[in-house]
Design a protein around this ligand. Structure first.
Ligand SMILES: *[C@@H]1O[C@H](CO)[C@@H](O)[C@H](O)[C@H]1NC(C)=O
Length: 216
């Protein structure tokens, strides 16, 4: 009985250690990022623990709304390792999402992290699409107090379903989850992807591709 309980706990611990964070596990209590170091490692090199202070673990201003005066009507305020150096090696981060009425965070994915989001104001229509071969769309309408999770690496979107502003807070399973905005990556790459390639991929006329590329 006791043995199986211990086994169960061990399995749970194992499962959680793999599901809560996709970044490598830390090898010390903390490794506050030295953002100015020119040494390149996976993540950032550590500041000397002797000069680390509570400020390295503190971020101010997530109570401030982001500026949603843009064509999408949305703004993301990241609290990733670049904004909060104490997050280095810890495998978590946070973001504030602001939406104007009918604002949208366009289809995108995070290459390095799952996203768990809670709505603190307004109502959002959210969804994600599974990978090949099913490409199944899962959508939900989430309101204040609701929580939704976007699995790591899957394309997802958040749309403000109402005529009032909306606000959400997301936790992400990486110190630096990264973001790939699908429209920008496909039609706004630098330099651009050859329009004949995109025309064939999307089965559209080259002129339509040129038009789409001109938008980015
Ligand atoms: C918000 O962004 C718009 C467009 O870039 C800009 O014109 C405006 O000044 C910004 N507002 C604030 C309060 O920063």
């Amino acid at each position: 009985m006791a043995t199986s309980y211990v086994l169960l706990l061990s399995l749970l611990a194992l499962a959680f250690s793999h599901s809560l964070a996709s970044d490598p596990s830390p090898l010390q209590d903390f490794c506050v990022a030295d953002l100015k170091s020119t040494v390149l490692v996976n993540g950032f090199v550590c500041k000397s623990p002797q000069v680390v202070s509570a400020d390295d673990f503190t971020f101010h201003g997530l109570d401030m709304p982001g500026n949603t005066s843009n064509p999408q009507g949305s703004a993301v305020t990241p609290v990733f390792v670049q904004q909060l150096p104490g997050l280095n090696t810890l495998g978590v981060s946070l973001a504030r999402l602001d939406f104007a009425p009918y604002g949208l965070i366009p289809p995108h994915y995070h290459p390095r992290g799952t996203e768990i989001m809670t709505v603190i104001e307004g109502t959002l229509h959210v969804g994600f699409v599974t990978s090949f071969p099913n490409f199944q769309l899962f959508t939900q309408v989430v309101k204040k107090g609701d929580v939704f999770v976007f699995p790591q690496g899957l394309i997802h979107f958040q749309f403000n379903y109402g005529d009032t502003p909306a606000v959400a807070i997301s936790g992400l399973g990486s110190q630096d989850p990264g973001v790939v905005l699908i429209p920008n990556a496909v039609f706004g790459s630098n330099p651009p992807i050859n329009d004949a390639i995109l025309a064939k991929a999307f089965q559209l006329d080259v002129k339509i591709i040129d038009y789409l590329q001109s938008k980015f």
